[in-house]
Design a binder for this molecule. Structure first.
Ligand SMILES: [Zn+2]
Length: 95
């Protein structure tokens, strides 16, 4: 199934941010080693580019008396998944 839409993944975005923090913290401990310090700072300030790896899928439809809304997404890079579904009964039977 091909995605309806592609977005940037919130999990990948968060991982890049956390990695940057970790690299800066490591660099602080290596201040007396300028080569390693600079290498870590360079890596922290030039993170991997965030691409649109999050495929989004939508479904909306009705059957008989019920309407269904479904949204799901999955990241091709980190495997992050999310799904939300809501079913609504259009009218109460027997009234
Ligand atoms: Zn991801």
């Amino acid at each position: 199934m091909s995605a309806e839409n592609w977005r940037m993944c919130p999990n990948c975005k968060n991982k890049i941010k956390e990695n940057k923090k970790r690299l800066i913290a490591q660099a602080q401990e290596l201040k007396n080693d300028p080569d390693q310090y600079n290498a870590l700072i360079d890596e922290a300030t030039d993170p991997p580019e965030l691409e649109e790896t999050l495929g989004e899928y939508y479904y909306t439809g009705s059957k008989d008396n019920e309407v269904k809304f479904n949204y799901s997404c999955q990241c091709e890079r980190c495997g992050f998944k999310f799904e939300y579904e809501k079913k609504i009964v259009m009218f109460e039977k027997g009234k």
